[in-house]
Design a protein around this ligand. Structure first.
Ligand SMILES: Cc1cc2nc3c(=O)[nH]c(=O)nc-3n(C[C@H](O)[C@H](O)[C@H](O)COP(=O)(O)O)c2cc1C
Length: 208
């Protein structure tokens, strides 16, 4: 009788220990999932790491770059042109093939997987500083997603968007988007930039 009772107690103890161990294991697994959940989500979002580079003569493209930077919370730098551009030097660049003279890009482009260029349009063509930047850095830019945010007085016709994309393709670059913003409508830049960003996979972990 005593032996029967003892083995019954042993079985109950064993069952109780088993249940405790199972509960502890389940709790640990849940805690680990909760801890790793947000990190995984952040890793997925922060996998997009864009750099903004800009050239601006009169400030509009700079404003576009700063608006983008505010909304994306990413790194930004200038396209450091050494030229003091006049109307005639722009004509020379846009029609006669003159190139920009610019300082070497200070950023390590390999640290970014997307590059956004903000720059003006002159005579319906992308300005020389942006073109020269792509040419000088084409090896480092290869394989990255490029997005161009251009400023101009009017609207950029579809044919000119295609021409810019073809120019990039000629350098072996992947221009995924060309978006334009009209000068004179600066107060609309934040809204326009926000709308454009909704259609691109550029949102970062630091995005606001
Ligand atoms: C020489 C020159 C040519 C221009 N050509 C055009 C043009 O073909 N179409 C257009 O809509 N705006 C044109 N613009 C307006 C520029 O695109 C506008 O001033 C530019 O977006 C200003 O950029 P920024 O303020 O960043 O320097 C031209 C401006 C200059 C100075």
């Amino acid at each position: 009788m005593k032996t029967k009772r003892k083995s019954y107690l042993t079985a109950v103890c064993a069952l109780f220990s088993f249940l405790c161990a199972a509960a502890a294991l389940a709790g640990a697994a849940m805690a680990q999932q909760q801890a790793s959940g947000p990190d995984n989500a952040t890793a997925a979002v922060s996998a997009v790491k864009p750099l903004i580079v800009w050239y601006s003569r009169a400030g509009h493209s700079q404003l576009v770059a700063e608006t983008l930077q505010k909304q994306l919370g990413c790194d930004m730098d200038t396209i450091a042109s050494k030229k003091d551009r006049s109307f005639f030097s722009i004509v020379n660049e846009q029609f006669l093939g003159a190139e920009d003279d610019q300082e070497k890009c200070k950023r390590d482009l390999s640290a970014y997987n997307a590059v956004i260029i903000a720059a003006p349009i002159y005579f319906m063509k992308l300005c020389a500083p942006a073109r020269t930047f792509m040419e000088l850095n084409r090896k480092a830019l290869k394989g990255k997603d490029l997005y161009l945010f251009v400023t101009l007085g009017g609207k950029l016709p579809e044919g000119k968007v295609t021409a810019i994309k073809e120019y990039g393709a000629g350098l072996g670059l992947n221009i995924k988007g060309v978006f334009f913003l009209q000068i004179g409508k600066q107060e609309e830049f934040p809204q326009r930039v926000s709308e454009i960003l909704k259609t691109t996979p550029l949102q970062t972990a630091g995005a606001k």
